[in-house]
Design a protein around this ligand. Structure first.
Ligand code: ATP
Ligand code: MG
Length: 556
């Protein structure tokens, strides 16, 4: 990381790492980001990615991408590819690409080691019985009748589980820890289950699959992870993580450290629930720009740097809390304000005829691509007798403080001239369909030689040169600040989360807009060309200001 780049603010995890390096506990650090490939990554995962890859980068360590692929039935190759694309798009490259399934043989061998030590046994209780025997928070569990099976018998049964001799659910391998432990995770947790399922990487080789808690700590140890960062719900699993590693002879014993999950208001951060939105057709797909997925945010036009900035700003703590959507949107606005190219586009067009402008004349006006950045250059925009302006920029009965157009009022057309409205035309329904204006040829470039001032400046597009476009405007996906906390989150979907505007009029330079260029349409927001559409379709990334601040205040 270069000197000028700001380093991430310190947090308790960075402090632990710094201490471990200072004390010589570790010479260098190794982290990992371990997604299960059962869906697309979301903004919550971004927090974990920025943390894991970010600390590795800042402390000159390494970070692996590890697919936690031990649930063959829910996992798909599509998700694997999407996850790799998303991590890279966020700006990170893993030192090693790993899979928990790479370790199936080692995991099996360690399980045999546990059995030989008398620390694991094959149980024939059904899943339901195991649950019953487990006890509750206030009552200890009961021991399974199989708990004291001999080591020989356990070895034989486990080998036969592996050989595929038994049906799904007939046996499980359990750790032999303590059925009376106050921590339920230590009441003889399952280590292996029988599942005759095809695995996307190992095919039909394995009829048994290791459980998450058993797999995760050993995978960490095999990879030489020094700090295994995970979310708070795993705090109660840490004793099991440590127990497994204390029993088997792994190359090292990583330290698990928990931090609070990211929860964002008005959206959902759970792959399972996001999957439901896709499969039930509430959204177009995983990359619907309203989705909090990384692919959705990319299609919406959120720059990766803005997402990284957001993840650093919210910090890493041990306390669960909800973050306002505005925090994310402000990171996006800050980035785009600096980098987006300015252009003009009219979302809801109203035709304007400039009566005294010569018929057939076209002027090429010069416009800056960024008001504060001359290095971003200029472009040419055509001006002619007929233009489009925004419907909202005209009012028939305008109050005094309306500084835009109404009969008798004068405004500045951005980069062009002062115009005064002299009349308007209505259709048979009484709707205003055209304005008649005059222009002052002396005001070219936006200033009057007589020093006369106008208060309003509006954007416009020359009618004959305009590009027709479709524009998608987005609002929050949910109307409830915590949809996941309600009985049925799909009941709180915002019916107005998407507005499609047809026949918008854009300046001609946008005809060949690249699909990864960010634009500010002056006065109307930040936009990006939709990556999935054929024609000229733009998505609004964000409005120029936070339109939700007021609404959130009312809800507090
Ligand atoms: P989901 O419920 O959405 O599937 P998960 O935790 O099961 O989430 P994994 O694929 O197992 O998803 O997550 C990979 C990593 O990302 C884990 O280390 C997990 O702790 C972290 N992670 C997932 N969701 C969040 C979140 N909301 N905030 C921070 N980290 C998260
Ligand atoms: Mg999971």
């Amino acid at each position: 990381m270069s000197e000028e780049e700001k380093t991430a603010p310190s947090n308790f995890i960075r402090n632990i790492i710094q201490e471990d390096l200072d004390s010589g506990k570790h010479q260098s650090i190794q982290t990992r980001f371990p997604p299960e490939p059962n869906g697309y990554l979301h903004i919550g995962h971004a927090k974990s990615i920025v943390l894991n890859f970010g600390v590795a980068e800042d402390f000159n360590g390494l970070c692996n991408l590890r697919f936690d692929d031990t649930n063959p039935e829910k996992e798909e190759d599509e998700y694997v590819r999407a996850i790799m694309e998303d991590v890279r798009w966020l700006g990170y490259e893993w030192s090693k690409l790993c899979h928990a399934s790479d370790y199936f043989q080692q995991l099996y061998d360690y399980a045999v080691e546990l059995i030989k030590q008398g620390k694991a046994y094959v149980d024939s209780l059904s899943a339901e019985q195991i649950r019953e025997y487990r006890g509750t928070l206030t009552e200890p569990g009961r021991e399974s009748p199989d708990r004291n099976r001999s080591i020989e018998e356990n070895l034989d049964l486990f080998a036969r589980m592996r050989a595929g001799e038994f049906a799904d659910g007939q046996y499980v391998l359990r750790a032999k820890i303590d059925m009376a432990s106050p921590n339920i995770n230590l009441r003889d947790p399952a280590l292996y289950r029988i599942k005759k399922a095809f695995h996307q990487r190992t095919g039909d080789e394995w009829p048994i699959y290791p459980m998450y808690d058993y797999t995760h700590c050993i995978s960490d140890a095999i990879e030489g992870i020094t700090h295994s960062l995970c979310t708070l719900e795993f705090e109660d699993h840490r004793p099991l993580y440590d127990w497994v590693l204390d029993q088997v002879n792994t190359p090292c014993h990583p330290q698990q450290i928990e931090f609070a999950r990211l929860q964002l208001k008005y959206t959902i951060t759970s792959k399972r629930k996001l999957n439901q939105l896709v499969s039930e057709g509430h959204v177009e797909d995983w990359d619907d720009p309203r989705m909090p997925t990384i692919s959705g945010m990319r299609r919406r036009g959120y720059p990766p740097a803005a997402i990284r900035d957001f993840c650093e700003r919210i910090g890493v703590t041990k306390k669960d809390s909800f973050i306002e959507m505005a925090v994310l949107e402000n990171s996006v606005r800050e980035d785009l304000n600096e980098h987006a190219q300015r252009v003009m586009g009219v979302l809801r067009p109203l035709k304007v005829t400039i009566e005294n402008y010569p018929e057939g004349q076209v002027e090429e006006l010069t416009a800056q691509n960024h008001p504060q950045k001359p290095e971003m250059g200029t472009r040419v925009i055509p001006f002619s007798k007929t233009i489009y302006i925004e419907r909202d920029d005209f009012m028939e009965d305008a109050p005094k403080k309306f500084f835009r157009l109404s009969v008798g009022r004068e405004v500045r057309l951005r980069y062009a001239y002062f115009v005064t409205c002299t009349d308007f035309i209505k259709d048979e329904n009484g709707e205003v369909i055209e304005l008649i204006c005059t222009y002052d040829p002396e005001t070219k470039g936006g200033n009057a030689p007589d020093g006369r001032k106008v208060k309003g400046t509006i954007h416009w597009v020359s009618a004959e040169h305009a590009e027709d476009a479709t524009i998608n405007l987005y609002d929050r996906l949910f109307t409830h600040p915590n949809p996941a906390g309600t009985e049925d989150f799909t009941e709180h979907l915002n019916p107005e989360s998407l507005t499609v505007l047809e026949n918008c009029k854009l300046e001609p330079s946008l005809a060949h807009a690249e699909k990864d260029t960010h634009y500010q349409f002056e006065r109307t927001g930040y936009f990006i060309r939709d990556s999935r559409s054929e024609g000229l379709v733009f998505n609004r990334t964000a409005t120029l200001r936070d339109t939700w601040a007021k609404i959130d205040k009312q809800n507090q």
